[in-house]
Design a protein around this ligand. Structure first.
Ligand code: NAD
Length: 323
């Protein structure tokens, strides 16, 4: 049966990529977004767009019941890590209370599946590979709000009778093959986005925060996932929880750690010039974290398609040039 799906945050970077894939086979895709950090140009015309806030339980309830929605992919959140430290209440309100209000709208509805965008930051200080059995230990405030979001989804699943998939994203990068959508928001300070912006400058330069971490070259090591592969993971997860009637928590990465210098070197090989400036360590940055993705691969029978780093950079640069 064709599902009726509501995507919160569908006018954002990752949400728009999930929508782009879903509308290829499904006419019943609804986007709820307040456009606080999203963009009209990322809204897919084949989906129904509703401007609104996840915290407006009455409105969400109406949308769910009127359209007979059975599945929610919940991406709407604030995600600026340093802003979260300064404005904790703003993040509590949107990421924690907003998630609770959204879930309350599922009471007495046909909702049977919920997918939640979580983050590898919920694990806290890890040194190396991490699997889903590791007890979360969020350090920064953004991570804390994502962890609380997970708890709300899990706690209410029996009460409201739905299965859930908690997807813990590692670093997301790249743009769609169609080159119609990609990352626009600059304020998050994502490394690949910054490199894409620099790739268009006459004298590209980049700051690396810390060069004496306990890693192979002293710079931080992170795991990445191409946004197109991540969108596929959502579609497969939805199918899995819907057919198996089981809930899951999955790491979403490639299971490989790249240091900042590794990425800088790939960039240099592609673009030749890059001025590198070493700056002080940022508070809260762990030395290295990458995903153990055994469970992801086994559960969803998923294989990465876009895990060539040059291709990730190329797609991010192509999109940057377009916008
Ligand atoms: N980008 C990453 O690397 C990354 C990593 C880990 C987790 N995540 C999670 O993925 C999700 C999506 O992130 P993104 O990178 O696409 O960011 P984004 O800012 O592009 O998308 C978030 C969207 O949610 C909307 N939104 C925010 N609050 C809302 C509210 N109260 N009501 C309705 N809409 C609201 C925004 O307008 C925006 O369109 C977030 O939940 C984030 O925590 C992202």
């Amino acid at each position: 049966m064709m599902q009726k799906i509501l995507i919160t945050g569908g006018a954002g970077y990752i949400g728009s990529h999930i929508v782009e894939k879903l509308v290829k086979t499904n006419k019943n895709v609804f986007i709820l977004d307040n456009l606080s950090t999203g963009f009209r140009r990322l809204i897919n015309k084949k989906a129904t767009f509703i401007k609104g806030d996840i915290a407006n339980t009455a409105k969400v309830k109406k949308i769910i019941n009127k359209n007979n929605i059975d599945s929610i992919i919940h991406l709407a959140a604030h995600l600026n890590v340093s802003e979260a430290e300064k404005y904790k209440k703003k993040y509590n309100k949107n990421n924690i209370r907003g998630t609770l209000r959204l879930i309350e709208a599922c009471k007495n509805s046909n909702i049977r599946n919920i997918i939640f965008s979580s983050s590898c930051s919920v694990y806290g200080s890890i040194n190396g590979s991490v699997d889903e059995k590791k007890k979360p230990n969020p350090q920064g405030h953004y991570a804390y709000t994502k962890y609380k979001g997970e708890q709300i989804i899990i706690k209410n699943s029996k009460k409201y009778n739905y299965q859930y998939a908690i997807l813990r994203y590692f670093n997301v990068a790249g743009a769609s093959d169609s080159n119609k959508i990609g990352e626009i928001q600059k304020s998050y300070g994502h490394l690949i986005k910054n490199l894409a912006i620099q790739s268009l400058k006459k004298r590209p330069k980049i700051s690396i925060f810390g060069n004496n971490y306990n890693t192979k070259d002293g710079t931080c090591v992170r795991d990445y996932v191409h946004v197109s592969d991540l969108a596929d993971i959502h579609i497969k997860s939805l199918k899995y929880i819907d057919t198996k009637k089981k809930s899951i928590t999955l790491n979403c990465g490639y299971g490989k750690g790249y240091s900042v210098l590794d990425i800088v070197n790939i960039f240099k090989k592609m673009n030749k010039r890059l001025i590198v400036n070493f700056a002080r360590k940022r508070p809260g940055d762990v030395a290295q974290i990458y995903a153990n993705i055994t469970k992801l691969k086994k559960t969803l029978k998923w294989k990465p398609k876009k895990n060539d780093f040059r291709k990730i950079l190329k797609s991010a640069f192509k999109w940057e040039k377009k916008i």
